[in-house]
Write a protein of this length. Structure first.
Length: 308
């Protein structure tokens, strides 16, 4: 029965993958945003993707292999990896499952807010899949999410997720190297077939980290509650740091200080901004008193007792 949870997850991912086409104006916005993303990608070194795309379309075997790889393995391997870690009863399966769902949801929100057409829809790129497998082109073109969901690359994010999840059951280092070759092959494939920009690849790990952060947040909250760390260590520490920083940066600069009896005195800023006025002369004293003070201040003056 534990395999039954794959069905709603698969339906969720499949249904949400199609929801972006219901966004009004997605086609116009996607083509406009594609020019911006393409310009940024070329600035950071994405011009090499043109060479990969040109080379792939010029070699029939490479074009056919990359097209079938994109069609068959992109989503299938993600599902297979999920089934494997579920079958092996990996203790962290709920974490990986929730991270996959979360990052997919975040990706679809990004597609809805900022649709981007893939490079194959821009001049200067080749649609390798349309050249090698024309029958599949109509399916891809009618899928709104696949048509304007370039940034970030869910294919790359899923591939990295698959490698992370599969490493929970693969122990030998040499097999783990092969596991991590899958994301590398996926990155090469999506660039060579003209389905993603370099900027899409760079932003994919950020999407993955965001998904795992959301998946880990309930466990973190439970840990803090169970160990009573939040209200005993974390919160008091934050309060102490806030008070220390406040006293350091704002040492009564603007607010008036309070005396013990509750009366407000001038602030530091007010005291230092006061313009000194004319000094008032000391009150007059009798002449005898002033002469006595002056005489006692002269060196060598002796008092009546003879002491100096």
């Amino acid at each position: 029965m534990r395999f039954a949870q794959i069905v709603p997850i698969a339906l969720l991912l499949w249904g949400l993958d199609d929801v972006a086409r219901f966004r009004a104006g997605a086609a116009a916005a996607g083509r406009h945003n594609a020019l911006v993303v393409n310009s940024v990608s070329e600035t950071i070194g994405g011009a090499s993707t043109h060479l990969m795309n040109d080379w792939t379309v010029a070699h029939a075997a490479a074009a056919l292999a990359s097209s079938w790889y994109y069609i068959l393995f992109q989503g299938a391997i993600t599902g297979v990896v999920g089934a494997i870690i579920l079958w092996r009863q990996v203790p962290t399966f709920p974490l990986h499952r929730n991270a996959l769902v979360a990052m997919t949801l975040f990706g679809l929100v990004a597609f809805w807010l900022y649709p981007v057409a893939p490079p194959r829809m821009l001049p200067g790129y080749h649609d390798v899949i349309a050249v090698t497998i024309p029958s599949f082109t109509s399916v891809v073109e009618t899928n709104g999410a696949a048509q304007f969901a370039a940034l970030p690359s869910l294919h790359v994010a899923w591939a990295i997720w698959s490698a992370i999840a599969l490493c929970t059951v693969v122990r030998k280092p040499r097999w783990r190297v092969l596991v991590w070759l899958y994301p590398v092959a996926t990155i090469t494939d999506v660039l060579a077939t003209g389905n993603h920009y370099l900027l899409d690849i760079i932003t994919a790990p950020g999407l993955l980290l965001l998904g795992y952060a959301v998946a880990l947040s309930p466990a973190l909250v439970r840990y803090l509650r169970r160990n009573q760390v939040w209200h005993r260590q974390v919160l008091p520490g934050l309060l102490l740091r806030y008070v220390a920083l406040r006293d350091l940066l704002v040492p009564n600069l603007l607010l008036p200080r309070r005396s013990p009896d509750g009366e407000a005195s001038s602030s530091w800023l007010e005291q230092n901004q006061k313009i000194p006025g004319p000094r008032h002369p000391a009150p007059d004293r009798p002449v005898e008193s002033r002469l006595a003070c002056a005489g006692s201040a002269r060196p060598g003056h002796s008092d009546p007792s003879g002491q100096r």
